[in-house]
Design a protein. Sequence first.
Length: 445
Amino acid sequence: MAKKIRYRATSIEQTSSEKLAVMLHGAQKLVVAIDVAKTKMVAGIGPEDGSTRCLVKWTSPFDNRAFVELVAQTARALAVPVEAIMEPTGTYGDPLRAMLLAHGVELYIMSPKRVHDAAEVFDGVPSMHDAKACVVIAQLHEKRVSKRYVVPDAQRTQLRALADQRELYAKPLQFYLGQLEALLARYWPEALSDVDVWQNKTPLAVLAHYPGPAVLLEHADQAIERVHNLGHGRLHTEQVQRMVASAARSSGVVQHDEAKQLIRIAATEALRMRVALDAVDRQLEQLAEQAEPTKHLAPVVGRVTSVLLVAYLGAFTDYESAAALEKACGLNLKIRSSGNFVGRPALTKRGSAGVRRYLYLATLRLIQKDPRIAQWYRSRAGYRGGHKLVAIVAVMRKLIRALWHVARGQTFDSSKLVDERTLPALAPPMTPGAQTSRDAQLLTH
């Protein structure tokens, strides 16, 4: 019977560089495997053979500096280099990572999936906790399955900050628009077909001041003038007139004051988010003209999308193959099979969910404007079987692989993506059907 492995961490106050130097005498390298957490950090310290001689625990961020000093002093006492391995878990490890880099420590990233899968293989116990994770990380690093951490350059940091800023507006915008659509379906259903609250600011401006058909009819002339003045001529008065006509034939439920207030709040917040989102998109468009990694991508997927993809994935030229880029997007397939059973292929959905969401939208635009891609999309078994999302994902996989070549200067040519000999006569550009936000969510969860 195998001896049970005990994982016992010592607090940083009870650990010193002198004690560690004695434990690690003769080591050629100091390896520090860190399990990142919000406050309770644990690190396994050992030599280059993957063994862990000491487990140290401390409280982040208050003891981060003391821990880094402990590692640096131990390395100086042993006169050896230091390698630190961390999981890319959110932002909690960023301050510690920056401190380690400032001390010249070589940083590596370990996949959380690898650590999770190795839990039972390591000691026969499927459980995983902080101290055990450190030991497993050190063992996996010794087998060279970790990746060297690359510090993002200033431009990518700027792009990622703008991408995150866009998400701060885009997510609540989707929420408020969804709430507004539900309210209009009850109190003013005709408005949903007469105007597009999802794409245009004019209906939002109208509803923010006149949150119902009865209110708008009562102040129709005033509404047209107000919206014109609010938008400085940029908002379309013909849309207001269309809403007035829609209000005259509304068959919705009679509103009470609280319902009007709900629509007013949802429209006001959605309009505010839309204006802020447009401002961020203008910044992204300007950056797309300046950033070298987006220069070739922008004509294919649009300037905003090209910047967002580079912000999340980095320069496409840094990937060694199109398959590696596809994997980084989480669009590679996984299959489960046993004996005669072969499971249905599914996406791994690894990496950023935002990447798949923006690629999804770019793919819809490509299907709309490219007849060849549209025909291939409609010829898929998923499309014919009523599973349009499956067919769209197939186009997404082709698109991201094509972008790997485009980033290297090749011209985007859809004829290289599909075999035209297997397609019927090309049809004119088409819309890929009523794809809802739920389809995009399926790609990100």
